[in-house]
Design a binder for this molecule. Structure first.
Ligand code: ZN
Length: 421
């Protein structure tokens, strides 16, 4: 029987921290339920009431707190960790057993006291955050905790961050905030929010650990799982997609064909266009269906074209709502394009990293086993320095796009640098 933390791949330390916090949170609830007299000795009650053994060497900083930040590279499982912890908090046994209604509804996203914020645009706005903070302050209907999970907390606008900070500074007694961000760098999360939260760092899981979970949980054949785990460079979700989705594999093949295609200036610009267009197509495929569903739902809600009294006013309001929706959808499409392009750049960086480690004769396994021969040929032609310059060109392109340089310009500059070496 696997509990809610089973899918957190290669994160033993973080899981240990979260288990102890969940046990401590459960002890707090039991103490509160037993009344003020019993609340005086929560630690003993915790130790013999089941759950995790805490022991005398218990770390005083390992208990429960109301605001957490999960950090780690993309794909390391930040949101998986946050959701698992939320389930453990709602678990009727206080452990995250994976079987009780509290665990089950949290993991399937239907628990009434767990709110998940997934920004689908480039940032989370202040109005969304205020509404969320307000709802999070209410008494938990299930009698345990109100949990708010904010995925990509680095995409909060400054105003939204301030609204959140206020809630974290004066937390309602039963509310827990779980933030996910790439790091605790001030670019990702404000220093003041960071100072109010406990940080749970996740590491990039080893390829072997990722392969193991693909085999065990998703039933993927071991050889395919091994290849996909290495190619995905520690990104669990990406590894699963590569193992299962032929289109994702084709897109990756096209990206890894780039180094072969760079035979001149014209070819470099062609390769740049192809990469950008592929990212646009991938993004469009991922958002079009949702866009249309949302639009249809809004039009139905607005009642289509009415006549009669008040229809003109309603129409004006409807136009505003449609405009809002279009703005949100455009922002989401931009984000999806950038994410798709970034995945392609990570694959490309993996190729040049392989060439570099081969040129250096470093004893590490290649990222892309299927293009290892090509990387070896590159290593011979370019030497370590040439391979490193190319790897840097790819990483600079990622950084430039992150810093809001127009993707096409950044990618063209990169392709030229890759061609010239
Ligand atoms: Zn449970």
């Amino acid at each position: 029987m696997s509990d809610v933390f089973a899918d957190l791949v290669g994160q033993d330390e973080a899981v240990d921290t979260l288990r102890r916090a969940a046990a401590s949170a459960a002890a707090q609830l039991r103490a509160a339920a037993a009344g003020p007299a019993a609340a005086a000795e929560p630690d003993e009650r915790d130790a013999d009431a089941g759950g995790e053994p805490t022991g005398p060497g218990r770390d005083p900083g390992a208990g429960m707190t109301h605001a957490w930040i999960f950090t780690g590279p993309p794909g390391s499982g930040r949101s998986v960790a946050a959701r698992a912890f939320a389930a453990a908090l709602q678990c009727v046994h206080g452990t995250g057993c994976g079987a009780c209604p509290g665990c089950h509804t949290t993991m399937t996203g239907t628990h009434a006291d767990v709110r998940l914020v997934v920004p689908d645009g480039l940032s989370i706005g202040v109005n969304d955050m205020r509404a969320l903070v307000l709802r999070a302050a209410s008494t938990p209907s299930g009698g345990r905790w109100q949990v708010v999970i904010i995925e990509d907390a680095d995409r909060l606008t400054e105003a939204a961050g301030n609204a959140l900070l206020k809630a974290i500074e004066e937390p309602p007694p039963r509310t827990v905030f779980l933030l996910c961000a790439p790091s605790t760098h001030p670019d990702d999360i404000s220093v003041t929010i960071r100072s109010r939260c406990r940080v749970v760092p996740l590491r990039q899981p080893a390829a072997a650990a990722v392969a193991e979970v693909l085999v065990r949980r998703d039933g993927i054949a071991p050889d395919v799982a091994g290849w996909a785990a290495a190619a995905a460079q520690g990104h669990v979700g990406r590894a699963r997609r590569l193992a299962r989705d032929p289109e994702a594999r084709q897109r990756r093949d096209a990206v890894l064909a780039v180094p072969r295609r760079l035979t001149g200036v014209g070819a470099a610009f062609d390769a740049a266009s192809a990469l950008i267009e592929a990212a646009e197509a991938e993004a469009a495929a991922s958002v079009t269906e949702v866009d249309e569903t949302e639009r249809a739902a809004l039009q139905t809600a607005l009642g289509g074209g009415g006549t009669g009294r008040g229809a003109a006013g309603a129409l004006r309001g409807a136009a505003g709502q449609l405009k809002d929706l279009e703005k949100r959808q455009k922002s989401r499409a931009t984000r999806a394009q950038r994410d798709a392009l970034d995945r392609a750049l990570v694959d490309l960086a993996g190729f040049y990293r392989d060439a570099l480690t081969m040129a250096l004769r470093a004893p590490v396994a290649p990222v892309h086993t299927d293009t290892a021969a090509l990387a070896a040929a590159g290593a011979q032609k370019w030497d370590a320095e040439g391979a490193l310059r190319r790897l840097e060109a790819v990483l600079e392109c990622r950084a430039a796009i992150e810093a809001n340089v127009k993707p096409r310009i950044a990618v063209e500059a990169m392709m030229l640098a890759l061609w010239k070496g």
